[in-house]
Design a protein around this ligand. Structure first.
Ligand SMILES: [Zn+2]
Length: 284
């Protein structure tokens, strides 16, 4: 190899490593006013398994960082989804600041244009309650019957007992896996998906809530192909309102999502709310 070329390659590698180290040591977000927010030290303080976790699929270890292996075929040119900071007052009146990923302008509003885990009803109220964590505080969902303010997912109306089937996410790499089954939004199942995003691999969690029941025999870590039976639509945790609560969250960098307990999956320090329309596959 020419000495000049070798030198240039070495320099570019150093630049990549330095950038990766900066990103890891000082995670930051851009808030709604476009101002960079302060690094969230609690994220790194409370992250689990970062030191001992191996590099995710599609990356190679180099020192103490993981370098993505470029894949020219899929997702490598798409821009990373940007987090924004927003806030609302919870029911006790306390101001809660959180991060969230709003629907990107180029993504269709209509949920019928996406591949969904339940069949679509002709009823115009098929989408009961939408994602509103990107809205101003006073426009977010509030109700005396609801403990939470705001809605981090979408509610899809369907008949009780309707089978819920796995859909892959856009630019997904490998099979989804079962992350957890338990009680969160009533009976809830959480699946884990690796997605190639701007040349990086990111982990997304998909939550299916208010199930009549999860499919029998699902075990944590189990691989799932598209169409796999996940459970049945019900109203657990939302008596009388039969629907599927579908919620998507992106694991923060440095968080080993496969080790999150059910009680941690919606914690802002671990995962970030994401409008599902950013990652659901568009129908042809
Ligand atoms: Zn819901």
């Amino acid at each position: 190899m020419e000495p000049l070329l070798r030198c240039a390659l070495a320099l570019s590698l150093v630049s990549v490593l330095t950038r990766a180290a900066e990103l890891r040591s000082a995670p930051s977000v851009t808030n709604m006013r476009g101002v960079a927010a302060a690094p969230r030290s609690r994220d790194t303080a409370t992250s689990i398994g970062t030191a001992e976790a191996p590099c995710p699929r599609g990356t190679l270890p180099d020192g103490n960082v993981c370098i993505p292996v470029p894949d020219p075929d899929r997702g490598s040119t798409a821009e990373a989804l940007q987090e924004q900071q927003n806030e609302h007052h919870d029911r006790s009146g306390r101001l809660r600041v959180y991060d969230q990923i709003p629907r990107q302008p180029e993504r269709p509003k209509d949920f019928r244009k996406y591949r969904l885990p339940v069949p679509v009803l002709a009823d115009p109220s098929f989408v009961g309650s939408g994602y509103d964590l990107d809205r101003p505080d006073d426009e977010q969902r509030r109700s005396p019957e609801l403990s939470a303010v705001g809605h981090g997912g979408v509610d899809l109306a369907q008949a009780r007992g309707t089978p819920i089937r796995l859909v892959n996410l856009e630019n997904q790499v490998g099979d989804a896996t079962v992350l957890a089954v338990g009680h969160l939004f009533g009976n809830t199942l959480v699946t884990l998906h690796t997605v190639r995003e701007a040349g990086m691999l990111r982990e997304y969690l998909v939550m299916y809530g208010h199930l009549q029941s999860a499919a029998p025999g699902l075990a944590q870590g189990q691989g799932l192909k598209p169409g796999a039976l996940l459970g049945f639509v019900g109203d657990s945790g939302s008596p009388g309102i039969v629907h599927l609560h579908l919620e998507v969250r992106r694991a923060r960098e440095g968080i080993d999502a496969s080790r999150l307990a059910l009680g941690q999956v919606t914690q802002n320090a671990k995962t970030v709310a994401c409008d599902p329309r950013n990652v659901l596959e568009l129908l042809p």
